[in-house]
Write a protein that binds this ligand. Structure first.
Ligand code: FAD
Length: 345
């Protein structure tokens, strides 16, 4: 679609399930707010479902100026076809410049349908977004060619500029409930859908490390499968969860939900201890949101050190064993691992 750019707005599609907004919507709103503030733009969130008004208040607290709350009991279950039709009508009418989706299973299905219907482009799985100060175009960065380079993609002609971002890539903003904003409630039934969702069921293997506040990530440098027991012990002592790189999943050493990176999950812990990981771009694409990274590698030229706050050159198994002994002897006060304000050591 070739809009007249009536509204220089950044829109975020706020996915919800059972009335609960998906965390990625808040992460996207935090980033949209920063981009908008730099350019004097407005941020709008669009949410569809059988919704309470407080959904809209939460979205305003996260950075939205305006919320389209499209609500009806027939929209209770997420359904691509009616949701896409509703978004198509809203977007065609309001003509936002930028439209962002979470790259969740539902977002990955909804966003391309809408992009095709609108006749615009879509960049999937972006790892960073910025606005070019001269052209005003959205610079969408994502790994390309199997992750061997980071591509910067722009959509110069068609509108809106659409992108998806995986959960955990951007930090979640601290909510500000003093922010003002408008909530526009739209009563809209689903119509007669071609496909009817009868019920949804949570996955039984629904474990995830994506929301972990502290994480130990093991790479091939740990050498042997039995050393994962040490990784797990270290994680327990740090009150952390643990993850791994792709080769460990391919070796059958770890379950796939633990894989971090481009084809695994994205994580944004306060503390990440990375042991025996080379730092290939396909892996670091998943740890961009981590606040503090301690990386241990025996190779001083390892790429992971470029992402690290603290670089430890040496044998990672020895490092893990020493840290375990230290933590057993001097267990950390829980507050040390809380927010930085609580840090008193
Ligand atoms: C399309 C595509 C998608 C991909 N998606 C992902 C993904 O989602 N996640 C992911 O992780 N990878 C992914 N990969 C694979 C990625 O390219 C790398 O191959 C992988 O991340 C490497 O894992 P690694 O660091 O554990 O192993 P390696 O690259 O083998 O690195 C091992 C590191 O351990 C160090 N080391 C060895 N022994 C020791 C020791 N005793 N002490 C300390 N350090 C030691 C070495 O110096 C080395 O740096 C993907 C690849 C492709 C092509």
């Amino acid at each position: 679609m070739n809009f007249s750019q009536k509204n220089s707005e950044i829109w975020v599609y706020a996915e919800q399930h059972a009335g609960v907004i998906h965390p990625v919507a808040f992460e996207l709103l935090g980033t949209a707010r920063k981009l908008a503030d730099d350019r004097g733009l407005r941020v709008t969130a669009a949410v569809i479902g059988d919704l309470r008004a407080s959904c809209g208040e939460d979205l305003i607290a996260a950075g939205a100026d305006h919320v389209f709350l499209v609500t009806h009991e027939t929209l209770k279950l997420p359904m691509e076809l009616p949701y896409e039709e509703i978004l198509y009508r809203l977007v065609s009418r309001e003509q936002p410049d930028i439209l962002l989706f979470g790259a969740t299973p539902f977002g990955r299905s909804l966003a391309p349908r809408l992009a095709a219907h609108l006749g615009t482009g879509l960049t999937a799985d972006c790892t960073s977004l910025s606005i070019d100060p001269e052209s005003g175009l959205l610079k969408q960065v994502r790994p390309a060619f199997g992750g061997s380079l980071m591509a910067e993609i722009v959509c110069p002609v068609m509108r809106p500029q659409m992108a998806t971002v995986r959960p955990g890539v951007f930090p979640r903003p601290t909510p500000d409930f003093t922010r003002g904003g408008n909530i526009e409630r739209i009563w809209q039934p689903a119509g007669t859908p071609k496909v009817t969702v009868l019920r949804t069921e949570a996955r039984r293997d629904g474990r995830s490390i994506a929301g972990a506040k502290r994480l130990v990530i093991a790479g091939r440098g740990i050498g042997l499968k039995k050393n994962l027991a040490l990784v797990e012990e270290l994680a327990t002592l740090l009150d952390a969860d643990w993850g791994c790189t792709r080769p460990l999943v391919e070796n059958g050493w770890c379950e796939s939900f633990r894989q971090v990176g481009q084809t695994g999950c994205s994580v944004s812990p306060e503390l990440l201890v990375s042991v025996g990981v080379s730092g290939a771009v396909q892996h670091t694409a998943g740890i961009a949101g981590a606040k503090q990274i301690i990386a241990v590698n025996k190779d001083p030229a390892a790429q992971i050190f470029a992402s690290a706050s603290y670089a430890v050159e040496g044998d990672c198994v020895q490092f893990i064993k020493s840290l375990i002994s230290e933590l057993r002897a001097n267990p950390p006060m829980r507050t040390i691992w809380g927010s930085s304000e609580e840090y008193n050591g």
